[in-house]
Design a protein around this ligand. Structure first.
Ligand code: GDP
Ligand code: GDP
Length: 458
């Protein structure tokens, strides 16, 4: 899929970014698709203007840190860093009633350093007589300045006209099938360490990226520039979205005893995610809710990584050193029990980590990356014909006629056979394993439909 160019709305709080965002949505000539509204639908929208399609990104979610006066400078720098890393065009919204402020000067400097095209939208020019007030923003050199009123729908079309002329040409920029955002769901029951893991992933940059909830919304996704997570491992994405799941970052706000609630919330997150992490507490193991999460992941056809957290506690308790043979043995024993309880998903990856100390967190990044690659892999018919030829040499597979690939995410195959009977379950298992081996589909669920074709059809 060709990924869309991104247009970011940035600016101080209260200048009218949200109003403008909504106005753009109202002005859109055609909505192609709303980006799978994970949990916060205001954040990004797919728009088409003058036959150019782009993703409008509202950075308003970053504002909470900006409200604290002392944080303004740092907050703004970080906001611009995000824009720098993820946007193709930046719309800088300023307040023409208030005029140029000290913060605007800082923002202008930071925007200039990004080297990205910047369009200044001088908002709150509600009436023609206000129009000249936008002129003072010309001093920053991002010209022309567009006088607009988001609230009264003035000047919106010329602004959009300008924005789309600044979009990169189609086919330029990132590789065509580079996905721009990796969506990860971190599930698990309360206290397994979800928030701690989120912190470990986001680290210092957490406040940059946090899309904090407004008071009227009930969910919080965290969006991180991809190269802030796992170093340069995630180069195929621009951003990583950690989908809000119950229990993450809500300490004290919800009654954690309502465990059922957290499972339901996990379901939504799994449906929206590319890759799901299921956290277990290594001092406690698997519980019923975990099995429910696993079943949902299977239904949704998403890759699953089982993250056995708090492994540091096990090491301490057993007086073991990480990476030693004894550590391996302890992991092996835990794995045996786990595999026994989760026989139905023998493909799920398992990793032992400590979100608290950072143990194996980098390796977790590799697993996520590999899982995504397997899940989204496109398979060619020539490759399938090759494996079909090999499989047919097996006595029990002489009736195999053809294997076709329907689609990825998750990979779905059709197995066509001759003969009177459908292949036995164990034979299907064999085909499943062979496809996994051949195409390195290890960490993803796959679906196989078996079809018996009559002579006539051939
Ligand atoms: P944000 O914090 O930048 O997202 O700003 P909002 O969109 O929440 O708007 C902040 C305030 O400015 C709200 O009270 C809006 O009603 C008001 N506002 C937004 N656009 C305009 C405008 O074009 N003219 C006037 N007069 N007020 C506006
Ligand atoms: P959540 O409810 O799943 O978000 O869990 P939290 O992240 O709030 O963690 C619950 C408790 O487990 C906190 O006291 C954490 O400090 C602790 N914890 C989280 N991860 C680890 C870990 O890797 N090792 C140890 N020893 N404690 C951890």
């Amino acid at each position: 899929m060709q990924s869309l160019p991104r247009v970011a709305l940035v600016g101080r709080p209260n200048v009218g970014k949200s109003t403008l965002f909504n106005r753009f949505i109202g002005a859109r000539q055609a909505v192609v698709a709303d980006i799978a509204g994970t949990t916060r639908d205001r954040l990004e929208r797919d728009l088409t203007w003058n036959e150019r399609q782009f993703l409008l990104v509202d950075m308003a979610g970053l504002e909470p840190t900006l409200n604290e006066k002392s944080e303004i400078r740092i907050g703004m720098q970080r906001q611009v860093q995000v824009a720098l890393q993820t946007a193709d065009v930046i719309i800088w919204v300023v307040d023409s009633i208030e005029g140029v402020t000290g913060t605007d000067k800082i923002i202008a400097e930071l925007l200039r350093r990004t080297g990205k095209p910047v369009v200044v939208a001088a908002n709150k020019c509600d009436h023609p007589k206000h129009e000249l007030s936008h002129m003072e923003f010309a001093e920053f050199g991002f010209l022309p300045v567009f006088p607009i009123s988001a609230m009264h729908d003035r000047g919106i079309e010329p602004l959009l006209d300008e924005v789309v002329t600044l979009l990169p040409e189609q086919g330029q920029g990132e590789q065509p099938d580079t996905e721009r955002e990796l969506k990860i769901a971190i599930t698990g029951r309360p206290n397994v360490g979800k928030s701690t893991l989120l912190n470990a992933l986001v680290g210092e940059e957490r406040s940059v990226v946090s899309a904090e909830a407004g008071t009227t919304r009930d969910s919080v996704d965290t969006i991180i520039p991809a190269d802030n997570v796992f170093g340069n491992l995630f180069t195929r994405w621009r951003t990583v979205r950690i989908i809000d799941t119950a229990g993450i970052r809500r300490r004290g706000k919800i009654d954690r005893s309502i465990e059922g609630w957290s499972v339901i919330r996990s379901f939504d997150a799994i449906d929206a995610a590319d890759v799901t992490l299921l956290l277990l507490d290594s001092t406690e193991g698997l519980v019923h809710q975990d099995t429910q999460v696993v079943e949902r992941v299977l239904d949704a056809g998403k890759p699953l990584i089982i993250v056995v957290n708090k492994w540091d506690a096990v090491l301490t308790e057993k007086n073991l050193i990480a990476g030693t043979e004894e550590d391996d043995k302890a992991q092996g024993a835990f794995l045996d029990t786990l595999r026994h309880s989760l026989r139905f998903i023998n493909w799920a990856q398992v990793i032992f980590v400590s979100a608290l100390t950072g143990l194996h967190i980098k390796t977790l990044g590799k697993l996520i990356n590999n899982a995504y690659i397997a899940w989204s892999r496109e398979i060619k018919q020539e490759e399938l014909d090759e494996i079909t030829g090999q499989l047919r040499k097996m006595p029990r597979l002489v009736n195999l006629r053809k294997i076709t690939f329907e689609h990825s995410k998750p990979p779905v195959f059709h197995v066509h056979t001759h003969g009177k009977y459908l292949p036995h379950f164990s034979t299907r298992r064999y085909i499943d394993n062979a496809l996994r081996d051949f195409f390195e589909l290890g960490p993803t669920p796959i679906k196989i439909w078996v079809k018996r074709s009559t002579d006539k059809e051939e």
